[in-house]
Write a protein that binds this ligand. Structure first.
Ligand code: WTA
Length: 644
């Protein structure tokens, strides 16, 4: 491509505004390489013509039938995108690449936790795997629109399972493989899944997780599930219920498994998946995403923010069970025809050099992870990353919680060797795609995700809905629709409106507080509701409390999140015991264990304290804010609604 201005001149122009607190300015090198050289030009255009921006992006993908309308706001907040069109995300993530130079390009590379197994899949081979799984699940009577729960470890079959569902028009509901019986059961029951896809077990830090056993326990109370498809991973003995349970590897040997299988033409607004996430109250809610808009949103954001190139080896170290994994391990990279790396294990097993070894071994160019993982690895010192050749890296990413300046600097200096800009991407399960984020040509301030994505507007409001002054904290809201936005809460349209669009009518309430500085950079402060972010994982106080209440000694409980050095936030519980129970250290320990067993290890509370009474409003609502302030020795604020 002919370039009029030299990269060096562009770099000087990027320096023009006197930005305060900038720690990184795009170097001429980075700008010269970037697919998109001027953030401002695209932002200006998209701001003027939101629909035009997204329409142009959508045209880069293939549609069976074009749309009549890009955006239909007639029933807002039930927005619709690309109405009247026919499409399937799998056609764009897999099928379309088979007719291009990407046919034999690697789509997915995987390494096992013990490092003894490595698998790779070209787009051609991926299509075969997805087709085989799609034909098998279809043979089990799964039709368009049916829900399928996927409960697996981080293995390629988890990716195949998601794509196979989407291919036949079934709606996948992935449950994180670190969740336990209650969480799994609640999600299967709510979604009324017909089929469960799981594994015999998975590996985590050298230990075996008994996925099938947990699934069996959950299924005792899930009548909707007719079949269970079991992928063999650990090879240890598990119980198989005749009629209901089927080994995947056995079915692969039968004629049901077909290497070529049609991709279903869907309406752009047909649901692609539901994903449960914790909200301010009650049970986790199922966020709905669609084939058309979600596809365009994840494709576009990944392309611009991580500047995807043919030769990239992109690694998003999240789990497919979270939205980050859905959008940016599976769909976003494949839609871009990229090579995505999937690793089975965690960051520090068998030693804290494991991730750095993988970067060197596979020549990873882009690493996308969470601050909690960075802090966890930072504590082992610089020697670990310094033992490995990390020179392949060109971009870094962060997600899940605000990144503290110390972690930012370590990531930037020691991992990225001061060469790699850090894309601090703010978004949510609900948004489906990055919403506040830099691109590689934007000057960076540690801890800020820079500005809203192209065409987006974020406001920071006070209680009354008035914008606060720059520098002041307020509620973060989004005021323009975007294609990957949630289409609702599965089975609960009222809750969708109430939860997201009612606080400030017509504006999307994020549940976060934030401030904006004078340069227009956004700084996320944290959740303002009862969501706790533990190691970047989103958990609800209500879920922890309902787990506690199932213990015979517990009469009442309250869970809060408090700052934690490594995890960002840790869970702390206050428990009122039943009359016949006696408080003791042993009981506190038992209750921590109880929560972990019911919900999963990530939800294990840091501590459990016993109390005679919980602070409540006169209407009986627990005032977690008071507990939080008290636990941290902070001012307790307005106590006028306190019951006593
Ligand atoms: C938080 C994860 C600061 C935020 C993709 C949001 C962040 C919640 C960032 C959504 C970030 C996510 N900086 N905070 N870069 N990214 N968050 O649904 O509180 O698991 O509301 O989606 O994570 O969590 P969720």
């Amino acid at each position: 491509m002919a370039k009029k201005k030299s990269p060096a001149r562009k770099a000087t122009s990027a320096k023009k505004p006197a930005l305060k607190g900038v720690a990184y300015r795009p170097t001429p090198d980075v700008i010269a390489q970037a697919n998109l050289k001027s953030w401002e030009t695209v932002a200006r255009k998209a701001n003027r013509d939101l629909e035009g921006f997204w329409e142009a992006e959508a045209r880069e993908l293939e549609w069976y039938k074009p749309w009549k309308k890009v955006l239909d706001s007639s029933k807002a907040p039930f927005y619709k995108w690309f109405t009247g069109s026919r499409v399937n995300i799998v056609h764009n993530a897999v099928d379309r690449h088979l007719n291009t130079h990407r046919k034999n390009k690697l789509a997915l590379i995987w390494e096992s936790e013990d490092g003894k197994e490595e698998r790779s899949y070209s787009y051609y081979k991926l299509n075969r795997e997805v087709s085989r799984m799609a034909s098998i699940i279809k043979s089990m009577g799964v039709h368009k629109g049916d829900r399928v729960t996927i409960y697996m470890g981080r293995i390629p079959e988890a990716v195949f399972a998601m794509l196979a569902c989407a291919k036949i028009g079934a709606v996948h509901s992935v449950v994180f493989g670190g969740f336990s019986v209650d969480a799994l059961q609640g999600r299967i029951e709510d979604s009324e899944s017909k089929l469960l896809i799981t594994c015999d077990g998975s590996y985590q830090n050298g230990k075996r997780i008994e996925l099938k056993q947990i699934a069996d326990a959950a299924l005792e109370r899930c009548p909707s599930v007719q079949n269970v498809l079991v992928v063999q991973r650990t090879g240890h003995e598990v119980s198989m219920q005749p009629e209901r349970d089927h080994w995947y590897h056995e079915l692969l040997e039968t004629p049901v498994a077909q290497e070529r299988f049609p991709t279903e033409a869907m309406d752009a607004e047909d649901p692609l998946f539901i994903l449960y996430t914790s909200g301010s109250t009650g049970r986790p809610k199922a966020i709905v995403h669609t084939h058309g808009g979600y596809m365009v949103g994840t494709y576009t954001t990944l392309k611009y923010v991580f500047d995807i190139k043919e030769e990239d080896r992109y690694w998003c170290a999240a789990d497919p069970g979270w939205i980050t994994g859905h959008s940016y391990i599976v769909y976003g990279p494949l839609l871009n025809g990229a090579t995505s790396f999937l690793y089975e294990g965690g960051p520090a097993f068998p030693n804290p050099g494991r991730w750095w070894q993988l970067i060197e071994r596979y020549g990873i160019t882009i690493l996308y992870t969470a601050p909690t993982a960075i802090r966890g690895l930072m504590r082992f010192g610089d020697d670990w990353p310094n033992q490995y050749d990390l020179s392949s890296l060109r971009l870094l990413g962060s997600v899940g919680e605000p990144i503290n300046p110390e972690a930012w600097r370590w990531y930037f200096n020691v991992v990225g060797k001061k060469r790699c800009p850090i894309m601090d991407t703010w978004w949510q399960t609900e948004t489906g795609m990055f919403m506040i984020t830099p691109t590689p040509v934007v000057p960076l301030k540690p801890g800020s995700g820079a500005k809203p994505f192209f065409g987006q507007v974020a406001e920071i409001l006070d209680e009354a809905g008035k914008p606060v002054k720059d520098g002041e904290e307020g509620y973060l809201v989004l005021t323009r629709p975007w294609p990957a936005m949630l289409r609702g809460i599965y089975g609960d349209p009222d809750r969708y409106v109430k939860q997201y669009w009612s606080t400030y009518p017509g504006k999307y309430m994020t549940g976060d507080s934030a401030r904006r500085d004078k340069d227009g950079y956004y700084w996320i402060i944290g959740r303002v509701d009862d969501v706790i972010k533990v190691s970047g994982h989103r958990l609800g106080t209500a879920e922890v409390e309902s787990a506690l209440i199932t213990h015979p000694a517990v009469a009442e409980s309250a869970a809060i999140g408090l700052p934690h050095e490594l995890k960002g936030q840790g869970i702390h519980c206050f428990v009122v015991l039943r009359q016949d129970a006696v408080a003791s250290d042993a009981l506190a320990e038992e209750l921590r264990q109880h929560v972990a067993q019911h919900m999963g290890a990530i939800a294990r509370p840091e501590d459990v304290r016993f109390t005679d009474k919980l602070p409540k409003t006169r209407s009986g609502k627990i005032m977690r804010r008071v507990l939080k302030a008290r636990a941290q020795g902070l001012p307790e604020g307005d106590l006028s609604t306190l019951e006593d």
